[in-house]
Structure formats: structure tokens, C-alpha cells
Design a protein around this ligand. Structure first.
Ligand code: ARG
Length: 459
């Protein structure tokens, strides 16, 4: 196929170089955005008297026809085209003749591609935001169902203090809510239209960039034409949002994997989100959670790819920038796939409340409460802490737990102990009395649930 830019050249591009240079294989996925941008551009060119209205009308109906044919499968994207922008122009010209050759007036592929990526990411971010909200809703439901489920809270993966399982889950809801607002913020910053920056310097035609921006739903236009074609900050920002989403999903996955092991046995994943082994008949593996954890690395890689890609580039457009797309597409695909599986996996997991309680009873997780009990009787906390440490050591040596230790033994360690200590270390009591704001007490959990609910209604 002859290149559109062939006029200046006396020889065709080498075959390998041609393949290497082409981006149609991946940028074809932006065809709908490319058409949308071209339609807004053509309408503006006519409105400003830059091309005749009849030509613009032909362009618009030609582009509509291409869109319909691509969507129905009647038209296939030609893999020999250099990129999606070139393909569209040549297909349009094939269909409507010379009018098609006027579309690229006052425009360059440099501002066109900068526009298409923004439009593409705007569409995809809307999908991802919806998926994040579905996940938050699934977490909300599990939390609402587990407001009374006592489970050990961990630090260093050692049993630390008793908490309600709802409190643990709501921590994830908070993270994903931040992911939503972070993504919304980044989308807002991206929402400025670069079209009309042209190759880098603007144009001699009397274009109206505001009209194009408005037609395409942007908040405004990018103010500097060099920046308009050179900027990929929005890609980096979004990739960083996606990397953070994946980091959160990965931490959650890690816990789901641990909790579903026989050692913990805190949850059981639904059969529809687990797999079996080809050799061990008893196995039920948390592959989905493991894959989400594994795929986190890809998205981090996509962020690094893009950061590294841009770091040495002089202004304005350089062909290196064509490499931004595969990284973005991979990250978008990965995040979408992960979220599509993760939300229903959480929604359908069953919680083994008895096992959580049994674990909570076995790790001295009420030791802080016992120290607080003494401290509330006027014993300095550090002294109380030391006495309780010795008591725990005694229990470990004698293979018993705080609940079963006789009062007389307690009193050997400190004479301020009396029989009300047993109420103070009752697990339910320990959780219920953590009344501080944001703690695991019932009121705080209720408050958090309301926050999450309000968030889902507002966003
Ligand atoms: N395929 C190119 C890309 O993705 C489009 C822009 C090409 N511009 C140019 N001056 N070669 O970046």
C-alpha cells in the first residue's frame, strides 16, 4: 500500500521497517474514538468556513458508515495500514472521494493520537469506576453481614487484638473508595482537549478549538500546543491509579488466599471462583486470587514502561510515544479482568464465623485488654504490661489460656487482680469496648457502613 507521505520519497519503506513502524495491530482498538474526534473536527472545519459544508456532510456520513461497518463486522481493519488514523483517512477517501482528503486540514496525527488516547481512557475509566463501585458494594454486604463476627486482628501476621471481621473488610472499602476518587481526580485533569494543537505549533487556519472540545465533552482545551502533543502525564497518572488499585487487590488477594487455607480456614471461596488440581483430588485452589496477585506485576510494569519511555524525550512528538498505547491497553485490560472476577468472588465467599472465633480464643489477643484492666485500676500501664507479659509466658509454659487461669495465679503476678478481670478479657467485651472513633466497636462499624453506603449513592 502506498504511504500517504510517499510524495517526498523515491523508495518504499523496507518491509521489516514497515512492520516495525506500524501501530495498527494495537491502535485499531481506538477506532470509535478516532471517528468521534474526526467528526467533531470536520463539523468545526465547516462551521468556521475552512471546508465547504457539503464536504463536511459527506465526511460525517462517510465516517458514520465506517463506524457502523466496523461494528457490524462488515468492514475489517486493514493490517497493512500504518496506523488507525491513516486507515480511517484512506477508507473514507475510498468511500467519498476527494472530500475525504479534506478531513486532515488543520490537524496532525500528533494531536489526533493525543485526543484518541484521552477519549479511549475516558471511556475505559468509566467502566473501571463502575467495577470498583461493584467491588465496594460486595465488600459492604459482607461487612454488613459480619458486624458481630469476632476474628483475630493481626500485626506481623501474628494474632494481635480481637476485631470484628466487618472492621477488617471495611478497611478495604476505604482503600477502594480512595481509588475511586483518585481515578476521578486524574480523569478530571485529563479532560482537556488537545485537538487543534496540530503537529506542534498550532495552525494558520481560523479553527475553533473550544467548539471541538465542547462537542467531545471536554472541560476545556490544552493551552499550549507543544504541551498538547507532548503530554502523556495523564497516562502516567492513570497507570499509577491502576497500579494502586492492583496493589490493593493484591493485598486483599493475599489475605483471601491465606484465609481459605486449611491452616486459617476463615472463609471458603465459592466453587465458581476456585479450581481443582489435575492430580490431587482433594484440592480447591484460590487461583483467581493468586492470578490477581500475580497480574499486579504487569500493571506496575506498564507504569514503569511509560515513565521510562518519556523520561528522555525532547519536545514535541517523538515516535517513541507510540509505545505508550500497548502499556495503557495492557493495564486497562488487566485491571478490568481482575475487577470483573474479584467483586463476585468476594460477594460469594462464605465466612466461617466459628473458625474465626476459635482462632480469636487461642492467641492471647486479649492481653492488651488485661493490661488495660490493671491500668484502669491505677497501675501505670508499663507495669501492668510487664505483669501481663509474665502471665502470658506462664500460660504458654503451662499450656493454658488467660480465660482459664485461676484468680489465685493472677494474684501471684499482681495483687490488683480481682474476679472482674474475666469480664474484662471476654472477647466480645474487648471488641465492644473499643469505642474510639474509627475503632472496631459497634458504633464505629455502623458509622463506617453508613459512610460506604453514602459514597456508593453519591459516586
Ligand atoms: N501511530 C502514531 C502513534 O501512535 C500516531 C502519531 C504519528 N505521528 C507521527 N508524526 N508519526 O504515536
Amino acid at each position: 500500500m502506498e504511504k500517504m507521505w510517499a510524495g517526498r520519497f523515491s523508495k518504499a519503506l523496507d518491509r521489516n521497517a514497515d512492520d516495525f513502524n506500524s501501530s495498527i495491530r494495537f491502535d485499531c482498538r481506538m477506532y470509535a474514538q478516532d471517528i468521534k474526534g474526526s467528526m467533531a473536527h470536520a463539523a468545526m472545519l465547516a462551521a468556521r468556513g475552512i471546508i465547504p459544508q457539503e464536504d463536511a456532510d459527506q465526511i460525517l456520513s462517510g465516517l458514520e458508515g465506517i463506524l457502523a461497518d466496523l461494528q457490524s463486522g462488515k468492514l475489517e481493519i486493514d493490517p497493512a495500514a500504518e496506523d488507525i488514523h491513516m486507515f480511517m483517512e484512506s477508507e473514507l477517501t475510498k468511500r467519498i472521494g476527494d472530500a475525504g482528503k479534506k478531513l486532515h486540514t488543520a490537524r496532525s496525527r500528533n494531536d489526533q493520537v493525543a485526543l484518541d488516547i484521552r477519549l479511549y481512557l475516558r471511556d475505559e475509566c468509566a467502566v473501571i469506576l463502575k467495577q470498583l463501585k461493584d467491588l465496594i458494594a460486595a465488600i459492604y454486604q459482607q461487612a454488613a453481614d459480619n458486624q458481630q463476627t469476632i476474628v483475630p486482628g493481626y500485626t506481623h501476621l501474628q494474632r494481635a487484638q480481637p476485631i470484628m471481621f466487618a472492621h477488617h473488610l471495611l478497611a478495604y472499602a476505604m482503600m477502594f473508595m480512595r481509588d475511586v476518587t483518585r481515578l476521578e481526580d486524574a480523569c478530571d485533569r485529563m479532560n482537556y482537549c488537545p485537538l487543534g494543537s496540530c503537529a506542534l505549533a498550532g495552525t494558520t487556519y481560523p479553527t475553533d478549538r473550544f467548539a471541538v472540545a465542547q462537542a467531545l465533552g471536554f472541560k476545556g482545551i490544552t493551552e499550549n500546543s507543544i504541551d498538547g502533543v507532548s503530554d502523556r502525564d495523564f497516562c502516567i497518572e492513570l497507570l499509577s491509579c491502576f497500579a494502586t488499585v492492583m496493589m490493593h487487590l493484591s493485598r486483599f488477594s493475599e489475605e483471601v488466599i491465606l484465609w481459605s487455607s486449611w491452616e486459617f480456614h476463615f472463609i471458603e471461596l465459592d466453587d465458581s471462583f476456585t479450581t481443582g488440581s489435575s492430580i490431587m483430588p482433594q484440592k480447591k485452589n484460590p487461583d483467581i486470587a493468586e492470578l490477581v496477585r500475580g497480574k499486579t506485576g504487569r500493571v506496575y510494569g506498564d507504569l514503569m514502561t511509560t515513565l521510562t519511555l518519556l523520561k528522555g524525550l525532547p519536545l514535541a512528538y517523538n515516535k517513541d510515544m507510540q509505545e505508550d498505547k500497548e502499556a495503557i491497553f495492557d493495564a486497562v485490560d488487566t485491571v478490568k479482568q481482575c475487577l470483573a472476577c474479584f467483586a463476585p468472588m468476594i460477594e460469594t465467599m462464605s465466612v466461617k464465623q466459628e473458625n474465626m472465633l476459635a482462632a480469636a480464643k487461642n492467641g492471647f489477643i486479649n492481653a492488651t485488654d488485661l493490661a488495660d484492666y490493671l491500668a484502669k485500676k491505677g497501675i501505670p500501664f508499663r507495669i501492668a504490661y510487664k505483669a501481663v507479659g509474665q502471665i502470658v509466658g506462664y500460660c504458654v509454659q503451662n499450656n493454658t489460656v488467660l480465660e482459664d487461669l485461676p484468680l489465685a495465679v493472677y494474684q501471684q503476678f499482681h495483687d490488683a487482680f480481682s474476679s472482674d478481670l474475666y469480664d474484662a478479657i471476654d472477647l466480645k467485651h474487648c471488641v465492644e469496648t473499643r469505642i474510639s472513633q474509627g475503632g472496631t466497636g459497634a458504633e464505629s462499624i455502623q458509622h463506617q457502613l453508613e459512610t460506604v453506603k453514602a459514597f456508593l449513592q453519591q459516586h
